[in-house]
Ligand binder design. Structure first.
Ligand SMILES: Cc1cc2nc3c(=O)[nH]c(=O)nc-3n(C[C@H](O)[C@H](O)[C@H](O)COP(=O)(O)OP(=O)(O)OC[C@H]3O[C@@H](n4cnc5c(N)ncnc54)[C@H](O)[C@@H]3O)c2cc1C
Ligand code: SF4
Length: 259
């Protein structure tokens, strides 16, 4: 295992994307989360994955236990507000009877899950069922009311018209049918969850596999494999042709200086 000073322990870092066009079309970045869970479901490595699915309200995520690739695809894409996926793990095991569970979370959520695994107070029958933890990079997260406020007041948008949200190149972007609107992150500063200002982990240091957009070209993801399980599942998905990789080169899209 190598040690990258600012990026936690990892085995390899690559640029990667899902090869399935259906996943590429709906994914936030390279579709690594969706492709990896899809592979893990097909191979029986997991029986279900807790992901941030859609709810009745626009852009408000609702944790769902996905057991098929179609359900994963329905939950793809980033929602920039808290999705209580950790809370839904108990439900996945106890109500849905899933014995081998995967989940995706922000670095703080992954950290919480690892603590739960070390000290499974009132989660004894859950902690040992977690087989694949995918962490997504995260610099900041917003309460839903904040998103509605700044997209309306600073961007002049109706939340119902937004088809994709993204953060990159120092901006918050909201896509609508006719345009991609962006405002400087300086404008959204102050709308984040207060805890994000003192967050110690940007790149999900405790995940099996951690992924985000920073450092990779558009449509691709930066991926750190961190654990033995994470690396073997990721490599197997690559060998099976579900994910393609290329060398991580931070000069192509600066933002994550490795080494
Ligand atoms: C609040 C937030 C801030 C982020 N900030 C950065 C950043 O600064 N830099 C960076 O490089 N990347 C950041 N990301 C990660 C990035 O937006 C993508 O989620 C990541 O690259 C995975 O893309 P993908 O194409 O592999 O995922 P996809 O295949 O599109 O799947 C995304 C998965 O994440 C789940 N998901 C969506 N929203 C949430 C949520 N709020 N909580 C938990 N799970 C969720 C979905 O249900 C889906 O399973 C952030 C993500 C979030 C949620
Ligand atoms: S910035 Fe840190 S505290 Fe805030 S949601 Fe992301 S991982 Fe959690």
């Amino acid at each position: 295992m190598e040690f990258g000073q600012e990026f936690g322990k990892y085995k390899q870092v690559v640029c990667a994307r899902a090869t399935d066009k259906k996943i590429q079309d709906v994914a936030q970045d390279g579709g690594i989360v969706t492709a990896l869970f899809s592979y893990a479901l097909d191979e029986g490595i997991i029986e279900g994955a807790v992901v941030a699915g859609p709810s009745d309200e626009p852009w408000v995520p609702k944790p769902v236990v996905a057991t098929t690739t179609d359900e994963l695809i329905a939950a793809a894409g980033t929602k920039y507000t808290h999705s209580p996926n950790v809370w839904a793990l108990k439900e996945a095991v106890r109500q849905a009877g899933i014995e081998k569970v995967g989940t995706v979370g922000t670095p703080c959520q992954i950290m919480g899950i690892r603590k739960m695994q070390v000290y499974p107070f009132s989660t004894r029958f859950v902690a040992d069922k977690l087989k694949l933890l995918i962490g997504i990079f995260c610099m900041e997260n917003f309460p839903m009311a904040s998103i509605e406020t700044f997209t309306a007041e600073k961007m002049g948008l109706d939340i119902n018209d937004i088809t994709k949200m993204d953060i990159g190149k120092g901006k918050f972007f909201a896509e609508t049918a006719d345009d991609n609107h962006g405002i400087s992150l300086k404008e959204t500063h102050g709308y984040e969850q207060a805890g994000c200002n003192v967050c110690p982990d940007y790149v999900a240091e405790f995940a099996d596999v951690a992924t985000g957009s920073v450092g990779s070209p558009d449509g691709w993801s930066t991926v750190f494999t961190r654990t033995d399980d994470g690396e073997s599942i990721f490599n197997a998905a690559v060998s099976a042709g579900l994910i393609e990789t290329k060398e991580f080169d931070d000069s192509v899209k600066p933002g994550l200086k490795i080494g």
